[in-house]
Design a protein around this ligand. Structure first.
Ligand code: ATP
Ligand code: MG
Length: 326
């Protein structure tokens, strides 16, 4: 299958802010060698706890921040990361971003009409009339009314604001959209409406999504393939259905159990201390070791490589497997 997006060996370390105990060489290991690919029109979901590197991955792909290493093949571009700034402009319109927080990501002083057509105005070859027509069309496309174009963001609910963000993302006809926690700040009752809108738009327009969330159920709902991320690494990746039914990594098993109220009584879930190792003094072995019910001495030697039977379902664990039923 030909891939629309191929990311290989993505690495990002942030310099530590100067502080009393900070040494110049201290770095936050935010993303530590992440690779994945997405076929056109499909969704790859990334799930993982706060701080595991999801947003950093998203910002790297959009080149909001620069990677320390990695290759990002996108459509005919061999490596987006090595494109000079002036060529990046053309790629940028084909890649868009939907943020978590529809309150802070929309400029409160701008009319909705101007917000949703901003990516077009940036390119500067449309007349005012064209932009107005385009704004009305975009708003209808995401389930809002053309009359909403003369309002300001504060006149809308959270879900409606996220529709405005989606309309803005669609305005430049992107082929790839990164959705970073797009429903996390919304009421549960509104979440599925926005998720279904994203699914409908994908079916209609053939857009490829990278869909990021900390909630495994939400990622499962949205994704063809799921990647589970922990301390800047993918620890398990595979077809969503298979990964959900047959998780092989103890961390994935923990995430799935946490969804289920009854299973929270399980010792693995109940005793989970949630101890995540420091991303500054990144350990040599498996970073899940302190929380792992299956840990052994070997796990301290090196981080296990992401491997599997074939390329479909991969897991980074020396002792992968389904849990023993008690
Ligand atoms: N600008 C920055 N400078 C230094 N460290 C940063 C910076 N941005 C993020 N980090 C650190 O990098 C790690 C990964 O952060 P990131 O925001 O990518 O995580 P995340 O998975 O998106 O988390 P969340 O679920 O909370 O959004 C964290 O330890 C975070 O504190
Ligand atoms: Mg984030």
């Amino acid at each position: 299958m030909s891939m629309h997006i191929e990311v290989t060996g993505l690495v990002k370390q942030y310099p530590l802010k100067a502080g009393l105990f900070a040494r110049a060489k201290d770095r936050v290991h935010a993303v530590n060698g992440v690779s994945f690919s997405i076929p056109r029109g499909q969704t790859l979901g990334i799930v993982g706890e706060s701080g595991c590197g999801k947003t950093t991955t998203a910002r790297l792909l959009l080149r909001v921040i620069e990677p320390d290493a990695g290759v990002f093949k996108f459509e005919e571009v061999e490596n987006v990361f090595s494109l000079p700034e002036e060529e990046l402009k053309h790629v940028r319109s084909r890649m868009q971003y939907i943020f978590q927080d529809p309150y802070n990501s929309l400029n409160p002083k701008m009319l909705v009409r101007d917000i949703v057509t901003e990516p077009l105005r940036y390119r500067g070859n449309s007349t005012r009339r064209e932009l107005e027509r385009k704004a009305a069309e975009l708003l209808e496309h995401v389930g809002l009314s053309p009359a909403d174009s003369k309002k300001y963001p504060h006149e809308f609910s959270g879900g409606q604001r996220q529709r405005i963000s989606i309309a803005r993302a669609l305005s430049s006809n992107p082929s790839f959209i990164v959705c970073d926690e797009p429903v996390s700040s919304l009421d549960v009752s509104i979440q599925s409406q926005i998720l279904n809108l994203l699914i409908d738009l994908q079916k209609e327009l053939g857009i490829t999504y990278l869909f990021i969330a900390h909630n495994l159920a939400v990622v499962f709902y949205m994704s063809d393939t799921m990647a589970v991320m922990y301390t800047g690494k993918i620890v398990e990746m595979g077809p969503s259905e298979e990964l959900y039914r047959t998780p092989l990594h103890p961390y994935t098993q923990l995430l799935i159990k946490t969804l289920d109220t009854e299973a929270r009584k399980d010792p693995l879930v109940k005793n989970d201390s949630g101890e995540v190792p420091s991303l500054i003094h990144y350990p040599t072995g498996c970073t899940f070791y302190p929380r792992c019910p299956r840990r052994q001495a070997k796990c301290l030697e090196a981080f296990p490589p992401l491997e599997g039977e074939g390329i479909q379902h991969q897991v980074a664990c020396y002792f992968p497997g389904q849990e023993q039923k008690k």
